[in-house]
Design a binder for this molecule. Sequence first.
Ligand code: NAD
Length: 337
Amino acid sequence: KKLGWALVGLGKFATQQLIPAFPNCKKSKLVALVSGSPEKAQQIAAENDIHPENIYDYQNFDRIKDNPAVDVIYIVLPNSMHAEYTIRAAQAGKHVMSEKPMATSVADCQKMIDACQKANKKLMIAYRAQYEPFNLKSMELIKSGQIGKLRFLTSDHGRMLDPEQPEDKWRANKELAGGGSLMDIGVYSLNAMRYLTGEEPVEISAMIHSDPNDARFKEVEETVAFTLRFPSGVLANCSSSYGYEGVKRFQAFGSKGSLILDPATDYYEHNLELKLEDGKHEVKVQEENHFAAEMDHLSECILENKTLKTPGEEGLRDVKYMMAIYEAAKQGKPVKV
Ligand code: NAD
């Protein structure tokens, strides 16, 4: 059985990555669209065999509660709008997938969790890397001791922000984005450090730099460097930036060698390498459409009443740590979390 999904927001990511992934799903089917642009929605509906009656806009969205074809609502809007639409979706009696970052404040994350709990609906955060085979393999290799005792990690994510592009206009706006490179892509570095160690950080230090002469960074930050201390003693050095292009990697250093995944969080390309005493080893893993795997995970957890791997609580933790990163940078000293 396939559950019916509605997409809220038909922007770049939804149209270029998520809609094309649905045919790869075994348990999820795209059945409804929510958009501010009727022409765009009608065209996408026609192309994807979606009934025109299943098109909603942001005003009549709440009527989706009367549509039994829709089981799950996937929120793919600018960051600060995830909370409102998650809450409205839960109130409409639907399960919810929200894009990352979960929200732009810890309070909003908590409201989202509470609304879904009250409605007795599942809330999942779209941490696609945790459903991606190379990232899963990296977790397994570290956990099984392939690089010995894990001591240190690094992760970097950078891409040039271009506010001329519609998808980057709101990213330069603090109100909609909640922050700059950290909220957008630094969250991948942060989340990876947590899933690779299997631990929660206890202390965070950070520095931020934004080019004062660059108009893109009037409201949101350019580059963030942050360090996490984990209870086991593992340290992680991370960066995020809107000032360098095409970086999406992590490395793990252990007592017997290191593991490098670069790119780590690309949509389609991954490169996994182990460097051990006897030399370099490329680790081959079968690529898989991880957007489909991620969506099917939520459908499966609903159908079989299973526990989610990346629930709202997982998104809340990252938002809490990102707020601590901003605070540590502001104070100029480490913050305990
Ligand atoms: P986008 O700008 O292309 O899409 C956002 C959509 O929201 C657009 O269709 C826009 O019309 C609509 N919208 C509704 N109200 C709006 C408003 N007030 N201001 C601006 N847009 C409004 O952006 P995107 O890159 O598709 O990102 C959407 C979300 O998806 C973000 O939360 C982003 O972090 C997330 N995302 C996740 C991944 C991933 O790999 N998981 C990749 C890209 C984006």
